[in-house]
Design a protein around this ligand. Structure first.
Ligand SMILES: [Zn+2]
Length: 175
């Protein structure tokens, strides 16, 4: 999904001369056997990696085989009002917001979940399910390691003005 929201150039006010900065190495926590890159939340059922996509920007790619119909993962983000979502959407070309209801939306801009990078395809291998306030991804068919995971975005705020580059046979040509 189009996720790289344009970063506003914030004026970081530097706090000068802030006493004794503790530069000592933090003691390694003994109870963390795995590196942070490997740890994933329980709702991310399969290992997925984010890398450059031939479709658009970055995409989510399967690291291990995924069987048909199984849940791949979820994306979690900041719950906001639909009104706020519409304002944010006008400020950024690449933002990912899902409207859950007439009032509630989720902004995934700050999410660290790999599924937030899922691109659109007119012939997707996965589907997006919005249920009980959760945004979940399920395999439509078997997905091989290295394959990019895609969903059909359906209706978007682009109103068919964004060219689709999914390359699938029967591509609708626009989002
Ligand atoms: Zn397409």
């Amino acid at each position: 999904m189009k996720a790289a929201a344009s970063r506003s150039s914030a004026n970081a006010s530097a706090t000068a001369g802030a006493g004794s900065a503790c530069a000592g190495a933090a003691p390694a926590s003994p109870a963390s056997p795995a590196s942070p890159a490997i740890v994933r939340p329980a709702y991310q059922k399969f290992a997925v990696t984010v890398k450059r996509s031939p479709i658009d920007g970055h995409g989510a790619f399967a690291v291990e085989p995924i069987a048909p119909r199984l849940k791949i993962g979820e994306i979690r983000g900041e719950t906001i009002s639909v009104a706020e979502a519409r304002i944010r959407a006008t400020r950024s070309e690449r933002i990912m917001i899902v409207e859950l209801s007439a009032r509630k939306a989720i902004d995934f801009s700050k999410s660290t979940d790999p599924m937030r990078f899922t691109n659109h395809s007119c012939q997707p291998n996965a589907r997006l399910v919005i249920r009980n306030g959760r945004v979940e991804f399920y395999a439509r068919r078997g997905i091989a390691p290295g394959e990019e995971i895609t969903v059909d975005y359906g209706e978007t705020h682009h109103d068919g003005k964004l060219a689709c580059r999914c390359g699938a046979p029967g591509c609708r040509g626009a989002l």
